[in-house]
Design a protein around this ligand. Structure first.
Ligand code: NAD
Length: 481
């Protein structure tokens, strides 16, 4: 297949927090992936910044290590790595100090696109944005990149947006939700808006309900203190699940351009109904008396949830009467991210076999094996009358497409290149983030601070009460396999 990769213009990328986990695990491997694909120009420059003192060659060794750990070994060629590492320089800067900012300025080139990636704790966003501005590092052609947590409620999200707005205009601010960089999430839009098949059925007349599941097998894994202040609702629903919900429920924008897409997503968030306490289930995982959520977060009295399930209504003409059930949790049976569209039963079946009434289901799988499955009813083969059976029409993208091209397209590769290209479509606009928090704040206020989350067995499908949430409506969660 002919490559359709277009090289982005040359750029200076300043990574604050360059010795941290996000930089090593995601940002540097993503850049290498793009160099490998021919999209990152070899004269691009990456200026790594963190507090500790170290010479550039030590930093380059750290970047090399990050590739060895986080990139497929087969793609590592010494020649290419060496040319990649030549793009990197290191400057030691403490966000709280005025020292060394002139060294950063000296590294920046006046004729290049500039991107400042704040890969640091959110407490430092304010200080760094102010310093970038005060030290005159920002130009018209600059962008700033931030990532979750973007606030912890509506008030703090507004404060963050206000702060960033003091130094950058909205067109320069790139708020990453890496889910939007995933191929399957973009495919959801392609599926909906480029096929005549689905759009006529994509409403409450034909869709019984929607299930969105993001389950993780890992626990809080060393992030206990952070997680215990956050919980599943804020950590996953406000951002990743909200984005999946928006892309599933939104009206088609008239064009696939940033502001029009954001406008439609915002309308969905504004249409979300208030969620009553009876439509919320929270849970905490439990293996045994020593291995459990409390031990992992170091708080025996924690009432912060590691699991949440919600029944949500989208109050507009398209969706009224079709509930969206959302669930996410840690230490669950398997790592699954999917959107399941459960269609209504056929209104009248001409066959005696009740199986002819099995609902069609469209499953959009982000992981594992990202792809699409359409559950369809067909005739059971053989003699013996008209018996019906439900079978999956299955498509795994990696099999259906050019596997090599498909494999490299990881979320950060796509998103960082979009930052350089200046395309904000797959990022979150400030008003979207604020509106999402406003809705989450209302849900939080329904979860009484004294409410004790239900216990669920580690590596299970979540608390029993979550099954009842659907059972009471005559519905059932899809199995987490
Ligand atoms: P980390 O703790 O691993 O790294 C933090 C980095 O900031 C280090 O390089 C450290 O040296 C630097 N730093 C700390 N104090 C500094 C100061 N005063 N001045 C200059 N540099 C300073 O954190 P991380 O996991 O890489 O996360 C970075 C950001 O990305 C956080 O906001 C986090 O919430 C967000 N995030 C991370 C991930 C992930 O997978 N790690 C995922 C989503 C969002």
């Amino acid at each position: 297949m002919v490559s359709r990769i277009i090289q982005v213009p040359s750029f200076d990328l300043v990574v604050f927090g360059a010795t941290g986990d996000l930089a090593r695990r995601k940002i540097f491997p993503a850049l290498y992936g793009r160099l490998l694909a021919g999209q990152m120009p070899s004269n691009a420059k990456v200026i790594g910044i963190a507090r500790q003192e170290m010479p550039t060659n030590k930093f380059r060794a750290l970047v090399r290590k990050s590739l060895e750990v986080h990139f497929q070994l087969s793609s590592l060629s010494d020649k290419l790595i060496n040319s990649f590492l030549q793009c990197f320089v290191y400057v030691s800067v403490d966000a709280n100090s005025d020292k060394n900012w002139d060294l950063v300025r000296n590294e920046l080139r006046s004729d290049k696109i500039r991107a400042f990636y704040l890969s640091v704790a959110p407490e430092l966003f304010d200080k760094l944005a102010a310093k970038i501005f005060a030290k005159g590092l920002s130009t018209q052609n600059s962008r700033i990149v931030v990532e979750k947590p973007l606030g912890s409620n509506e008030k703090s999200a507004k404060a963050l947006n206000g702060m960033l707005g003091n130094y950058f205009n909205e067109g320069q601010i790139y708020r990453i939700d890496h889910y939007l960089g995933k191929e399957t999430v973009q495919n959801l839009m392609a599926l909906r808006f480029s096929n005549v098949l689905f759009e006529p059925l994509w409403n409450s007349k034909f869709i019984d309900h929607v299930q969105i599941t993001v389950s993780e097998k890992i626990g809080v894994q060393g992030r206990g203190a952070y997680y215990n202040k956050t919980g599943a609702l804020k950590d996953m629903v406000q951002n990743h699940i909200m984005q999946l919900l928006c892309l599933t429920a939104m009206e088609p924008p008239s064009q696939f351009v940033s502001d029009l897409v954001h406008d439609e997503k915002l309308k969905v968030i504004k249409s979300l109904g208030a969620v009553s306490a009876m439509d919320i289930v929270t849970g905490q995982y439990w293996e045994n008396s020593s291995e459990n959520y409390f031990a992992d977060v170091g708080d025996q009295h924690s009432n912060v949830e590691s699991y949440v399930a919600l029944k949500v209504s989208v109050n507009n003409l398209r969706w009224s009467g079709t509930p969206f059930y959302l669930r996410t949790g840690k230490k669950m049976k398997n790592q699954v991210s999917e959107i399941a569209i459960i269609f209504k039963e056929i209104s009248h079946s001409i066959f005696d076999d009740q199986k002819a009434k099995a609902r069609n289901k469209l499953i959009i799988r982000l992981q594992p094996n990202d792809g699409i499955t359409l559950k369809t009813n067909i005739k059971d083969p053989g003699l013996g009358g008209m018996r019906i059976t439900s079978v999956p029409l299955d498509m795994t993208f990696a099999e259906a497409l050019d596997i090599n091209r498909y494999k490299v397209a990881n979320a950060y590769e796509r998103l960082i290149m979009d930052v350089i290209r200046g395309d904000q479509t797959l990022f979150m606009r400030g008003d979207e983030v604020e509106e999402a928090w406003k809705w989450i704040d209302k849900i939080r206020s329904q979860i009484s601070s004294n409410q004790i989350p239900d216990r669920y067995a580690s590596y299970s499908s979540g608390p029993k009460s979550s099954d009842l949430l659907l059972k009471r409506d005559g519905r059932k969660w899809r199995a987490i396999k």
